[in-house]
Design a protein around this ligand. Sequence first.
Ligand SMILES: [Zn+2]
Length: 152
Amino acid sequence: MPTTTGRPATEIADFIGGFVAAEGTFVARPWDGQFAFAVALGATDRESVEMLHRFFRCGRVTWRERRQAHFDDEVTFVVRKLRDLVEVVVPFMDEHLHGSYKRQQYLAWRAELLEYWEHGVRRRRPCTVEGCRVIQRAKGLCRHHYYERFGR
Ligand SMILES: [Zn+2]
């Protein structure tokens, strides 16, 4: 991936949109209140990952060591905070993500994210076990603590 230094902002945005169309992942697990936008690349593409982090000005960069000797280490740019997803990632993708297949994935993800953002956060309460912040499923408990107490 070439450097973006010196390019006009709209050109950079469209370039990043194309990059996301190829490499981006959208994760939706509304039952756990978990949403994410991520781009995972090999360590040799670390510059691209850092560039995404600088561009979006939210999320973070994580490293994962290779699981087998012949695999590259993995570097991931990931945004998990709901407010950042809704206020930064969604407006960007609406305008700059054009790849038809990835855009379909994005639109399905966006529908779940916005539904959760508008209704789920307020309607669904966190688990009543102290220190647990996962959303309740039944009897005031998250799925994990429900199964722990009542079995599967
Ligand atoms: Zn819990």
